[in-house]
Design a protein around this ligand. Structure first.
Ligand SMILES: [Zn+2]
Length: 429
């Protein structure tokens, strides 16, 4: 527990409609007082003072979609290194995906993640349990037990639960217990063998592509099942124009559906595969400019609620295997904030407050965690951003164990400056 006094920053707390220059006092790791300009003095004589002049001060960012790889794949990432990358990227809380080895599919394994995180993590870690045992898609896990052990949601991310009856049952339990069912949407038969988007580039390169329909079909199915059961469906990494429209229509009908998008899906097209090879290989794949425009419009009009990274580290030798063999995914924790700033805030797609809400209060609400605001008494997690700083992405400086990003060398604006986990400051150097 720490006391901090963050002075003279532009405090933006979307949940409380705050946007003013002032001071923020954290006492015993909790938010004590906000605002007040120069009249507001520290609530604690022993507080460490941080000058935030010229910086934006916000609730600590929350990434609801992170692969921390531990246990089982520690050569890619660990809870220690993944959360160090998260903290460097401005995040103070991450929700970690269950596709580790073993899969996080029992209450005991949820507890193990909390145990490791309490020893090694630089941020708060909120584990997600899997929907089906061992991600096999044929038997539901003990979601009730995992919920009691602290799972904040459930996901078989990486694969789709192809059995609609199981998804119905999972969403029915969601309706009863209130957690989100977070879905990776790709119809496996349409997607079989695909290593990128189906389109001009895949035909040119002679690679098997996945059609937008593979994603749209599952999004449509799961929205219908959420409508039928009253459960909370959260659509992970939306990548197609069709999926955006399906979520929009679902919301209009009053279905409890939320959605997120990742920076690569609103910045890069599938043409990137030609330039970057496996560093642009992920599922769902990079799509077309039409899809990018639709995802941005979805972010703008609130159809897409949250921004997440799908941070998916892989070792260099794994990504070097070529397009057919290399695993899917890219790292994202350290580049997310400047990508949001450069490609959403600067062009005017989102206001600063809207962008911040999509990384703070909104993901907190989806996960049902008491974070993402600067309300008095909430855990003192804070991020500061330097909105004017221009820097190049240097993957060699990454805290992640892996370096698989298509954004290496990109010049971006608007970088996180410091993060505070329960009032404890950490300078990004
Ligand atoms: Zn996924």
């Amino acid at each position: 527990m720490s006391d901090a006094f963050i002075t003279n920053g532009r405090i933006i707390d979307p949940a409380n409609n705050i946007d003013e220059v002032g001071n923020l006092s954290i006492v015993n790791g909790k938010v004590k007082a906000v605002g007040g300009g120069e009249k507001h003095v520290s609530e604690s004589p022993s507080a460490t003072v941080y000058d935030a002049t010229g910086l934006i001060v916000t609730p600590g960012f929350i990434d609801m979609h992170v692969h921390l790889r531990e246990p089982g794949f520690e050569h890619k990432e660990t809870i220690a290194t993944g959360t160090a990358a998260a903290a460097a990227g401005g995040f103070t809380s991450v929700a970690c995906i269950a596709n580790t080895s073993p899969v996080i599919d029992t209450p005991e394994k949820i507890e193990q993640i909390y145990d490791i995180a309490s020893e090694t993590a630089a941020t708060h870690v909120f584990p997600l349990g899997s929907i089906t045992k061992n991600l096999a898609g044929d038997e539901l896990t003990d979601m009730r037990g995992m919920r009691a052990a602290g799972a904040v949601g459930f996901s078989d991310d990486g694969v789709t639960v192809m059995n609609a009856a199981l998804m119905r049952d999972a969403l029915a339990l969601s309706a009863e217990l209130g957690f989100p069912i977070m879905v990776h949407c790709e119809e496996h038969n349409l997607n079989a063998g695909a290593v990128m988007n189906l389109g001009e580039t895949s035909r040119k390169l002679g690679l098997l592509g996945s059609p937008n329909a593979a994603e749209d079909i599952i999004v449509a199915r799961d929205i219908m099942l959420a409508e039928m059961t009253g459960g909370h469906l959260h659509v992970l990494h939306v990548s197609t124009a069709g999926a955006v429209e399906l979520v929009r229509q679902g919301k209009r009908r009053g279905v409890h559906v939320t959605a997120e998008a990742c920076p690569h899906h609103w910045i890069l097209t599938d043409a990137e595969i030609e330039k970057q090879g496996t560093n642009a290989k992920m599922h769902p794949p990079l799509r077309t400019q039409t899809d990018i425009d639709a995802v941005i419009e979805g972010l703008r009009d609130g159809t897409i609620d949250a921004i997440a990274t799908d941070h998916a580290p892989h070792a260099p030798e794994e990504k070097a295997q070529g397009m057919l063999e290399a695993p899917n995914g890219i790292i994202g924790l350290e580049t997310c904030v400047p990508l949001v700033w450069t490609f959403l805030v600067e062009p005017g797609h989102l206001t600063v407050a809207e962008a911040i809400a999509k990384m703070t209060s909104i993901p907190a609400n989806i996960l049902g965690i008491n974070r993402g605001t600067l309300s008095t008494g909430v855990v003192g997690d804070v991020t500061t951003i330097n909105p004017d700083l221009v820097n190049r992405v240097d993957v060699r400086k990454s805290r992640s164990k892996s370096q698989n990003t298509p954004f290496g060398g990109w010049e971006l604006k608007g970088w996180p400056a410091m993060t505070f986990k329960a009032g404890k400051g950490k300078l990004k150097t």
